[in-house]
Design a protein around this ligand. Structure first.
Ligand SMILES: Cc1cc2nc3c(=O)[nH]c(=O)nc-3n(C[C@H](O)[C@H](O)[C@H](O)COP(=O)(O)OP(=O)(O)OC[C@H]3O[C@@H](n4cnc5c(N)ncnc54)[C@H](O)[C@@H]3O)c2cc1C
Length: 398
């Protein structure tokens, strides 16, 4: 096949006002607030573009995934930030969203002797089993009589993050104030003289090693006065910024958790009602946390977190999830369920120490790549350390 390579000098450059990387919930929130500021009450542009005078401000967001709402993503949230971004929020407008109705934290005993429990935990388990029904142990599980504050989502929402992102994207697109480009990965920040001046989009039509192949097209250079990076917990663009500018003193990003999750259709006679939020601990290993959230129409999202402080895992995260979901306490609901989809996502777990420079010349960082995610809050709670109090304080305020 003859290939007509395009010289790199043919790389096209485009001037915009604000270039954004990644369309996750953080970027959705940022763009929603920004779009409001860019429009007059009558919906006309409130300011003019500096990059393209005579036009409204050019705000362009690039998302690498084929869709603006993708992934296997069930979440429960107090929705404070969401309600701030959408003061008139009607959760019924968001597919698969519903209010939290039932919350339970459950300690799972090991029903088959598969987990590596310390002698102390084994002794505690034996006591629990001995006192059994008196304490409320059923199906090898003890529902806790209280919910730790950071897990309490009373008044919050259960929803699919993918559906939510799609909903936010549709709201944004109707404003006409921002452009959203799915299936458009960013390969690198453009840095000149210590200033971020935009981003370079990934080259198209390259072979596995990145060399030009059939249909080669160099990615455009998008030059912008401001670049906003919200590319998630392990974003390549954020990592390149960290490599170039370094991290604040004593800060580092080196702890990540893995979340394995699936979405299922529960059987029609399932006893779990929409809005149910179950969190589990204790099994398949004491370090592994589980969650099960029930959406409307008998759809549920469930999965586990395998934290970074979990030493020497002996099974894959996928296998751990299968052990977890087959625990009798959960399996009674799930054995007749059918799988819709499954997947994995990482979580930034470096906490405050993982906070990079949040803003610099020409750029800003937002979202999980910029600070503390859920699992770190769990870590603070389970492993109190010198910073635990501030972690918990922060999580209580979210
Ligand atoms: C198993 C699991 C369960 C969770 N449960 C909850 C929960 O119950 N409640 C809760 O509040 N949070 C929960 N979270 C955390 C929540 O998912 C994250 O905090 C949230 O998604 C972070 O949002 P973000 O916008 O910063 O990043 P992300 O959601 O990761 O979005 C980043 C986006 O950037 C895109 N991107 C990355 N690199 C590029 C590039 N080079 N070019 C273009 N686009 C790019 C990605 O494709 C992605 O769409 C959970 C996470 C996991 C893994």
């Amino acid at each position: 096949m003859s290939i007509n390579p395009v010289a790199v000098s043919d790389r096209v450059s485009l001037e915009v006002d604000i270039a954004c990387v990644g369309f996750g919930p953080a970027m959705g929130g940022f763009l929603t607030t920004l779009a409001r500021g860019l429009l007059s009450p009558d919906g006309t542009p409130a300011v003019e573009s500096a990059a393209m005078p005579g036009l409204p401000p050019q705000v362009v967001c690039y998302e690498r995934a084929d869709d603006l709402g993708f992934g296997v993503s069930g979440v429960v949230t107090r929705a404070r930030g969401i309600r701030e971004s959408f003061p008139d929020l009607d959760a019924n407008q968001i597919p698969l969203a519903t209010g939290v109705t039932v919350e339970q934290v459950v300690y799972l005993l090991d029903p088959i002797g598969a987990s590596r429990r310390s002698p102390t935990l084994r002794a505690a388990d034996a006591v629990l089993r001995g006192l059994g029904r008196l304490l409320g142990v059923r199906h090898h599980a003890l529902p806790l009589p209280w919910i730790p504050p950071f897990l309490s989502k009373h008044g919050g929402l259960v929803m699919s993050l993918g559906q939510f992102n799609q909903w936010v994207a549709s709201q944004l697109m109707t404003t006409g104030a921002v452009q959203l480009w799915p299936a458009t990965p960013v390969s690198a920040p453009l840095i000149e003289d210590g200033r971020v001046v935009g981003v370079r989009l990934a080259d198209q039509g390259v072979d596995k090693k990145g060399h030009p192949d059939a249909g080669y097209m160099p990615g455009m250079d998008i030059r912008a006065a401001l670049t906003v990076v919200g590319d998630g917990p392990v974003g390549a663009v954020g990592q390149q910024l960290d490599a170039h500018f370094g991290m604040p003193d004593e800060h580092h990003q080196r702890d990540w958790a893995v979340g394995m999750k699936m979405v299922v259709d529960l059987p029609p006679d399932c006893a779990l009602q929409a809005g149910t939020v179950l969190h589990t601990l204790g099994y398949p290993e004491p370090e592994i946390f589980g969650f099960l959230y029930v959406y409307p129409d008998n759809v549920a999202s469930l999965g586990i977190f395998v934290p970074s402080w979990f030493d020497s895992p002996v099974r894959t995260a996928y296998r751990y999830m299968q052990h977890w979901m087959q625990h009798p306490y959960l399996w009674k609901h799930l054995s007749a369920a059918s799988l819709r989809s499954w997947g994995a996502k990482s979580l930034q777990e470096s906490g405050w120490r993982g906070e990079p420079y949040l803003a610099g010349d020409g750029y800003a960082r937002i979202g999980e790549g910029s600070a503390v995610p859920t699992c770190s809050r769990v870590r603070a709670w389970t492993r109190p350390g010198p910073r635990a109090r501030s972690w918990v304080k922060r999580c209580l305020s979210c």
